[in-house]
Design a protein around this ligand. Structure first.
Ligand code: BGC
Length: 747
């Protein structure tokens, strides 16, 4: 195949080659009949196919397709197999619609719950985001449809997303913002990676050599091609140099012309263009090798959408076992959202559904006359509130459908606060003042504050649950299905508590990620702050017991894998699924680390009374941190706790393992390294001591008194940069001697 591609490129003129550097219209790439090169078609998005006409970006004008739950929802399923089924299904719809690359999954980290597009992303935690992305990508590509992992990298806000310069330190990038991409690439090789709109540390992501060449290509061995986010390229020639193959949408030939001129002027090597083209053609020919399937079964996909929504619903509160309901219960359904359900996010994930099951219709179908409905508020805030609230107050047992209107969160803009609309807050107050049996069902793309939490007995989070959300919530409310979703993000008590509160959208074109690696639960736990609902949390109608944690070893070396096993038992009366989570805590570290970090999980189905042994493998990365001084991942010698729990807060089992670092980190010294840097390095400690002793009598900082030399001299000098030895010896220790000394250390 490669030779073939080389041949094709060989036969192309420069004009023909540059044409392939951007699309032919909004969604399709160029073709070339002369050499039998077809075009390929991209389509959004992560929760269903949003296939628009050739030059149409209008969000509402796409062909009907199954609208699956938003990623924020399906991530809460923590179910790798289910996510794979989703990838398969969207691939089938793509094949039927003649789409070759589906733009997703989005694996950006939810840095703040204010992120307008958080519904489209998987988690605040890179481990779970990466794991789920891998299964989705593998499943879709196994069908011959390409994916586009997006938006690479550090696209964590919508406000001025096309020009903001995101300043993030190296360790934070490697530990928080890169790993989901890294895992997706190393384990699933997505056919394309989409660059982010924003700048990262001074350079646009689309033009970022370190990001696209060094990290993506050289370090992670990405084999696909890089496509820009729609409109993300500023300097097309630089983008090509950095590694971006295809710019979307096209610029009417302007960008192509710039590339051609740069080559003709000798500013750009034509071989760079050939390399990008080859990367693109390799993927193109993978897509053309696929057998087209012309149809898919809409009903089956609708049923799958319902299954995914059901598995994703998170039961947050169930006081006095108010849920599940009986069909004989007289229930008042209140809230416009029960009828005008918000089932999808705005922007790229705005899939036009093949049909829509509203909660109200499905609840009526289930419980018939025992259901009464009052609108309570209007989601657009336009209707006369007083009258609607009065109507609502006349009911007895209540399910309140609340949530965020589209104007509060979407691709393209961020949320301004975490509150529900005022008319809904007011309604909750008035209803709960009269009624003790209130269950709130929430439709929202990201966390909301719940000042009313203690006044209601039930809270169910359905996120943006897709076109079959009505059936899913009905099954959960009536106990036909047992809830098993768990949060992949923390719900804070209030906005002011959030890690990025002080610098989220405070500046127009600039943001510094001051909280560093302390994103989500890593922050709340380190600061010992209470939250509304912790990461990994979700209730069930049954109960589970954790026992018998076993480690395959109690001592490990830094390159070893550890296998752990434990028993999980369903001690309740209903079948149910538990998401068991494994966290690792480093007891002591030279660099600050989170209290604990998620490193494994498994979703397990158990019949009443049934027990199963769960096994989880922890690879060396699970114990490591990214050392910015070494520019590498390191496992430091010491004790690590292996913690097994049902959420980040509820840890049921723990064991300790001792890990040994076998390869000492390689230190690189310069004039500004300190005396203690060298003294702390076992390989160079002797040299430093020898030098200091040889400077006795010359160095003003060394005590005269012989006896105190060891006790005083080393601590006093410890923070002195090596160059200080010249100054404080008044030049008796020379620059030349220092250079030689540093050279001997680095050798
Ligand atoms: C979004 C991408 C999307 C693309 C095409 C952009 O505005 O950021 O996620 O895939 O448009 O619709």
């Amino acid at each position: 195949m490669n030779n073939n591609i080389d041949d094709i490129i060989e036969k192309m003129t420069l004009e023909e080659k540059v044409r392939f550097c951007s699309g032919t219209n909004f969604w399709e790439t160029e073709s070339l009949e002369r050499l039998s090169i077809p075009s390929l078609r991209f389509s959004d998005g992560p929760n269903g196919l949003r296939k628009s006409g050739e030059d149409i970006i209008a969000m509402s004008e796409s062909e009907a397709a199954t609208c699956f739950p938003a990623p924020a929802a399906y991530a809460s399923s923590w179910d790798r197999e289910l996510v794979a089924k989703l990838g398969n299904a969207i691939a089938d719809e793509a094949l039927a619609a003649d789409v070759q690359i589906v733009l997703g999954p989005g694996v950006n980290i939810k840095r703040s719950p204010l992120g307008g597009r958080n519904f489209e992303y998987l988690s605040e935690d890179p481990y779970v985001a990466g794991e789920l992305a891998v299964d989705y990508i593998k499943a879709m590509q196994a069908k011959g449809v390409g994916t586009s992992v997006k938006h690479f990298a550090a696209n964590n806000r919508e406000y001025r997303r096309m020009e903001v310069d995101t300043i993030v330190d190296e360790r934070t990038l490697h530990e928080i913002y890169y790993p989901a991409f890294e895992k997706a690439i190393k384990k699933a090789q997505p056919w394309t990676v989409m660059t982010a709109y924003n700048k990262l540390n001074g350079y646009y992501a689309s033009e970022h050599e370190e990001l696209l060449r060094q990290i993506l290509h050289d370090d992670w061995k990405f084999e696909g091609f890089v496509v820009s986010d729609w409109g993300a390229v500023d300097d097309r020639v630089q983008a090509l140099k950095a590694g971006l193959a295809v710019e979307m949408p096209p610029t009417g030939g302007l960008s192509d012309e710039k590339i051609k001129l740069a080559i003709e002027a000798g500013e750009l090597d034509e071989r760079v263009l050939d390399e990008r083209l080859a990367a693109y053609l390799r993927i193109l020919f993978k897509t053309t090798a696929v057998k087209q399937v012309k149809t898919y079964n809409q009903d089956e996909h609708h049923a799958l959408a319902e299954e995914i929504a059901t598995e994703s619903i998170v039961l947050l509160r169930n006081e006095k076992n108010i849920l599940p309901l009986n069909t004989t219960d007289k229930v008042a359904i209140i809230g416009d959202l029960a009828d005008n359900v918000r089932y999808r996010g705005g922007g790229s994930s705005q899939v036009n559904p093949t049909k829509l099951d509203t909660p109200l219709d499905k609840l009526r179908e289930k419980a018939g006359e025992n259901i009464q409905f009052a609108r309570g508020y209007s989601i657009d805030g336009k209707d006369e509130q007083e009258q609607l609230i009065k109507e609502a107050e006349s009911m007895d047992k209540v399910i309140l459908f609340l949530g965020l209107p589209e104007e509060f969160e979407s691709e393209g803009f961020d949320k301004l606060h975490l509150r529900l609309p005022e008319n809904q807050e007011l309604l909750v107050k008035r209803i709960t003042a009269k009624n003790q049996n209130v269950i709130v069902v929430l439709s929202n793309g990201s966390p909301v504050e719940m000042p009313w939490r203690d006044q209601v007995n039930g809270i169910v989070e359905i996120y943006l649950g897709g076109q079959a959300v009505g059936g899913a919530i009905t099954k959960i409310l009536y106990g036909e299905e047992n809830p098993s979703g768990k949060l992949t993000e923390t719900f804070p008590l209030k906005l002011e508590d959030t890690p990025s509160y002080l610098n989220f959208n405070q500046e127009k074109n600039h943001v510094v990620y001051q909280e560093g690696i302390f994103v989500g639960y890593r922050y709340y736990e380190k600061k010992n702050m209470p939250v509304l609902y912790p990461f990994g949390y979700g209730l069930s109608y049954t109960e589970f017991q954790y026992d018998n944690l076993k480690l395959s070893a109690n001592k490990l070396q830094d390159s070893d894998t550890l296998n752990i096993s434990f028993t999980l038992k369903n001690t309740g009366k209903r079948a149910g699924k538990e998401v068991a989570q494994v966290y690792i805590s480093d007891r002591e570290s030279s660099n600050v680390r989170p209290v604990k970090e998620l490193k494994g999980f498994e979703k397990v189905l158990l019949a009443p009374g049934e027990s199963k042994t769960v096994t989880i493998e922890l690879d060396p990365r699970a114990f490591s941190f990214y050392d910015p001084e070494q520019h590498a991942w390191r496992v430091e010698t010491g004790s690590f706790d292996i913690l097994v729990g049902s959420s980040s807060e509820a840890i049921h089992l723990s064991e300790t393992v001792e890990v040994t670092e076998t390869v000492a980190p390689k230190m690189v010294y310069d004039r500004n390294s300190t005396v203690s840097d060298v003294l702390d390095d076992p390989q160079n400690q002797d040299k430093m001591e020898e030098l200091l002793l040889s400077l006795r009598g010359k160095l003003v900082l060394i005590p005269e008194d012989e006896e105190n030399v060891d006790k005083m001299m080393f601590p006093m000098l410890s923070d002195l940069p090596l160059r200080g030895l010249i100054i404080f010896s008044q030049g008796q220790f020379t620059d030349k001697e220092l250079d030689e000394f540093i050279q001997s250390l680095n050798n």
